[in-house]
Design a protein around this ligand. Structure first.
Ligand code: SF4
Ligand code: SF4
Length: 349
């Protein structure tokens, strides 16, 4: 029998790989994670997230889920609430239930990108809401949490933290799939979507395929090759797809002009400037909406919102639609810039 050495120096300590990944995600976004028997989860309003020690976790809790959950809270509450203890949310009653629900929707949508909604399920008494979420947790509906979650989606997927979050999710998915042959019934690791999209990540609506997706386009000689704009790497080539593939979570149904009133993405935060030609009606008629400066003739967009818009309860009517500038007339509904604008405002994934 080997005897345990008494004075051997230990140079490398074992750590749970998933803990390593998500503590790394927290570090990359500038957070310090501490563990304590005194709390379940608490943000100090500065840069420290304190989570319960292992003894205080439920059996289906894990550090990965807890850290992703708190990141989603931070994203839903927005940068102004980073300096507030617990993101300014009340933990003692349901007064902030909408914000909590929005956090769930955002977390589910992020987990869906790698087919891990079941694995990243929230625990505690909030679980019934999570379990009742629809296939698309960001789809339009009458739950007020949807708008909050949608508003946070661009920051979650395109903002300064997005690369760390995406890397954490992708690394978790690799482990989740590698461990499958070794799992047993009842293990959290079993809660992994069995099927993935051929380009990676989770599947979208059951009855949809790439053929019907607005992100699909035909390129190459004779426009014979189906490709996907959505999964194009930065500056890279859009990957080939098979139109018969099941849709991924970023599936977007085709858009038409009648969708614009309820969207308005290209007129609000999608782009920076509405240029107007010097001979266009708005200029020749002396519209007070048009200004001229170093950027030429244009309609200003204070805070991203075009000055010609008159927002009305989720509708985005244009007050100069008949005389709108050519740059607006030429904007292709369902084209790449349209889809990009919708992504920037959280309407499209
Ligand atoms: S976004 Fe998804 S569903 Fe749409 S074409 Fe690309 S891979 Fe297919
Ligand atoms: S982003 Fe596209 S769908 Fe939305 S208002 Fe502009 S053109 Fe219409």
């Amino acid at each position: 029998m080997l005897r345990r050495p008494m004075s051997r120096p230990i140079e490398h300590r074992y750590r749970d790989p998933l803990d390593v990944i998500w503590l790394g995600v927290a570090r990359r976004i500038g957070w310090r994670v501490e563990r304590s028997a005194e709390v379940y989860a608490s943000w100090d309003g500065d840069r420290t997230l304190t989570l319960s020690d292992a003894a205080g976790f439920d059996a289906d809790d894990c550090l990965a889920q807890m850290i992703l959950h708190e990141i989603c809270h931070a994203l839903v509450q927005g940068p102004a609430r980073l300096s507030a203890v617990d993101w300014g949310l009340c933990n003692f009653d349901d007064r902030d239930a909408i914000a909590e629900h929005a956090c769930h929707r955002l977390q589910a949508a992020l987990a869906d990108t790698v087919g891990l909604r079941g694995f990243f399920a929230v625990t505690t008494d909030w679980r019934p809401y999570w379990d009742a979420l629809p296939a698309d947790p960001l789809a339009a509906g009458d739950d007020p949490a949807i708008a909050l979650a949608r508003a946070a989606w661009p920051a979650a997927t395109r903002g300064p933290w997005s690369a760390a979050i995406a890397d954490g999710l992708a690394a978790t998915a690799v482990i989740a799939r590698a461990v499958q042959p070794f799992t047993r019934r009842g293990m959290l690791w079993r809660r992994v979507a069995e099927r993935q999209h051929p380009l990676g990540g989770g599947l979208g609506p059951d009855d949809a395929t790439c053929a019907g997706c607005a992100w699909r386009f035909r390129g190459g000689p004779g426009r014979a090759v189906d490709r996907c704009r959505r999964h194009r790497p930065d500056g890279g080539t859009a990957p080939r797809i098979d139109p018969a593939w099941p849709a991924c979570v970023a599936f977007e149904p085709p858009l038409a002009a009648q969708d614009c009133l309820g969207c308005g993405a290209c007129c609000r935060h999608g782009f920076d400037l509405v240029q107007v030609g010097p001979r266009e009606p708005l200029v020749t008629a002396g519209s007070p909406l048009v200004v001229r400066d170093g950027a030429g003739w244009h309609i200003p967009r204070p805070g991203g919102l075009c000055a010609a818009l008159a927002p009305d309860g989720g509708q985005w009517p244009c007050t100069v639609y008949g005389d709108r500038p050519r740059s607006c007339r030429d904007f292709a509904v369902g084209g790449e810039a349209c889809l990009e604008a919708r992504r920037r405002v959280g309407l499209s994934r």
